[in-house]
Design a protein around this ligand. Structure first.
Ligand SMILES: [Mg+2]
Length: 315
């Protein structure tokens, strides 16, 4: 584990550094408070810090206060090094945000135990953060396909519509539906059906721009949001997605399956999120037309704009 050691006294810094290295820590040193504060602000800063109380420029207590004021980033566990004189004032150090303190000259065993306690807290926090990220991922992603779930992709669309409205840009939306998916499930079984959903999802994801988003909108229906994308670009993208799936059959244990999707595309000129339903309805109507035209094709609806979204007619 990495630890930051800040002490203005070179001799005491050297001794403590050697001790920490012997205990297996990776040590970064600072010769004063200002240097310590700079190191602690860096990306990937050590999560464990030993700060001498008395240092020129910025003392350890001040560094503590600054670290605690800066609430972004992971938690930094701080141990203050105090001389006998400052010990009476330890309340001030703890009030500034120190987690613990060790008196100088330090007792190695005591310091080692206190560092262990600090490491436990840092590890625990890292685990909690990971768990929180996993929960966040689970709440916004579809378990089977790994894509955004319906809730999350609608959030993306809502955000993008508002952004496009502010910046006077076009947003395009593609809805895509696997053709005859029920037949696939009925003839090959649901396990094969799931494998096809995953493979279609993978091809959709890998054939869009980095700033586009794709989600599983329904059972075998997907929604692609293309920010800052006009009609021609959206039709091109849908056509690329269509080919990426129809031209390469899916290899399954059950055999080789040719899968196709039908696509409905719509482009919204600057439009806010209050028109979200109209946008989806328009793309859906285009999708139904694609189905009616024999499937495995792309149909673009007339775009949705501020003037038409209120009394939107189905295409
Ligand atoms: Mg000092």
């Amino acid at each position: 584990m990495r630890v930051l050691l800040a002490d203005d006294d070179p001799v005491s810094r050297h001794i403590l550094r050697e001790t920490l290295v012997r205990w297996g820590f990776e040590v970064t040193t600072a010769a004063d408070g200002l240097e310590a504060w700079e190191l602690l602000q860096a990306e990937n800063a050590p999560r464990l810090a030993i700060l001498d109380w008395m240092m020129p420029g910025m003392d350890g207590v001040e560094v503590c206060r600054k670290v605690r004021d800066n609430t972004s980033g992971p938690y930094i566990y701080i141990l203050l090094l105090t001389s006998k004189k400052e010990r009476d004032d330890i309340v001030r150090g703890m009030a500034a945000g120190a987690d613990d303190y060790v008196s100088k000259p330090f007792d190695p065993q005591e310091l080692q135990m206190r560092l262990k306690a600090g490491k436990r807290i840092v590890d625990l926090q890292a685990r909690l953060l990971r768990a929180q990220e996993e929960l966040q991922h689970m709440a916004t992603h579809d378990n089977l396909s790994g894509l955004y779930n319906r809730f999350a992709i609608l959030e993306v669309l809502s955000r993008e519509l508002n952004r496009a409205n502010r910046e006077e840009l076009s947003t395009s939306v593609i809805v895509a539906d696997i053709d005859h998916f029920k037949k696939i499930n009925d003839t090959l079984g649901h396990i094969a059906g799931d494998a096809i959903l995953r493979e279609v999802a993978r091809r959709l994801r890998t054939n869009i721009r980095a700033y586009d988003a794709v989600g599983r909108y329904g059972g075998e229906e997907f929604l692609v949001v293309l920010p800052n994308c006009r009609e021609a670009g959206a039709r091109e993208t849908a056509e690329r997605l269509r080919r990426a799936i129809s031209e390469f059959p899916v290899e399954l244990a059950e055999g080789t399956v040719r899968v196709t999707l039908s696509f409905g595309v719509t482009t919204c000129r600057p439009l806010s999120s209050e028109h979200l339903e109209a946008v989806i309805r328009t793309a859906d109507a285009a999708l139904y037309r694609a189905k009616a035209m024999g499937r495995n094709c792309v149909v673009a609806a007339a775009g949705v704009s501020r003037s038409t979204s209120a009394g939107l007619e189905t295409v």
